[in-house]
Design a protein around this ligand. Sequence first.
Ligand code: FES
Length: 177
Amino acid sequence: MSATATVPAFEEEPDVHEEIDACVSRWSGQEGNLIMILHEIQNHHGYVPREASLLLAERTGVPLARIYEVLTFYHYFRLVPQGRHNLTVCNGTACYLKGGARLLAELEKRLGIKEGETTEDRMFHLETVRCIGCCGMSPAVVVDKETHGKVEPNDIAGILETLRQQETQPDEPANPA
Ligand code: FES
C-alpha cells in the first residue's frame, strides 16, 4: 500500500447522512441550492468528502457528474482534506525563475506526496499558487500563514522538522490572570 493517499478510504470518511438530509431540506426549492449545500459541507468538514457527494446525488437526483462539475469549476472547493500544516509553493514567474520548481520537487520528495495532496497522517497538505505578491522574496513558500522568502531546497528539511517538532510539543499552559 502506498504511504500516502489523496482521498481518504471510504470507511474513513465522516458519516454525513444526517447532515446531508438536513442540508437538502434546508435548501430545498431554493435557487443555487447545490452550491449552498456544498458550501455548508465544506464549512463543516474543511473539504467535500466523496461520501457527501454520493449522498447528495442520491437525495437530490442531481447527477454525480454535475456535482463534480461544480466542485472542480470553483477553486474554492476542496476534494481532499487539508493537512494540519499547509505548504504553498509559489509558482509565479519570478519564483519559478528563481527555483520554485526545485522547492516543490524537494517537498514532494520529502513528504511522498504530489502537489494538491495531503499526507496520510493529515499532517501536511502541499499546493502551489500563482504569485503571492512577494516577488522580491522569490522563491517563496507559505508555511501555514507565514511567508518564507529566498528559500533554498536545503532549507526544506529544516522547515518540515520545525513543524514536526511543533506537533510533538505540548500546548503552553495558559498564563494565570
Ligand atoms: S512570483 Fe512568487 S511571489 Fe510573485
